[in-house]
Write a protein that binds this ligand. Sequence first.
Ligand SMILES: [Zn+2]
Ligand SMILES: [Zn+2]
Length: 264
Amino acid sequence: MRITVLGKSPSWQDANGACSGYLIEEDDVCLLLDCGNGVFSKLRRYRDYVAVDAVVISHLHADHFLDLIPFAYALTYAPRQQPVPVARWPGTDAPARPKLYAPSGARDTFRRVVGAWGNEDLIEKAFDLCEYGVDDVLEVGDLRIRFHEVPHFLPTCAVDVTSLNGGGRFTYGADSAPTEELVRFADGTDLLMVEATLPRPEREGPRGHLTPAEAGDHGCRARVGRLVITHISDELDQLWARSQAEGAFGGPVSIAQEGAVYQV
Ligand SMILES: [Zn+2]
Ligand SMILES: [Zn+2]
């Protein structure tokens, strides 16, 4: 299994960056995990968007789903998706319509967002939308996908992708407050991609994110093979963040960078 970082910014984009998006490929199977703002353009560098088999959304914050909108426009209006021949495109009777797995309530949220300019069904027509439950287990080709709820400001799932071909296991913590749930869910995974958003814990209100040291501590307790921290702004000191995470993890930690490829 190969994981390519398409975007790793938190809710505002790095210079030239994109918010959350990870391309997961094994053989011919291709999965896009989260599709935050900026991700569609990055995706196009690595993979033809009509060849994406499925998109999985961890939660319904803008920085994790907003680029479903340009993706849906491409699937709807791109010349090669049309039934009639135009210019160099021969026309097709079978336009691409990738699966879209999103949390409960996603259909409503998408309708409200694109409905703001009168396109209520844009996303559900472009994609084969399926709202998943926390206990669902999905299979996309030889990739098995499991979910586990983690504490955040709205319902959010960590996502585990396991190859059924012996191709390794990848776990994504999504956005999360410190939680034993993620430690248990990620236990023994080959690679944990965990958020490290905060320069210090939230000063007030409920917690919703991790510091780099907390991210490292989660990776250590989950006994993961490799730890990558993500959802971290280019405005935070990367050397500081990595040393904080490594101190708690007890080993080397990478910071997700756009275009980085991990093999598990
Ligand atoms: Zn986020
Ligand atoms: Zn979030």
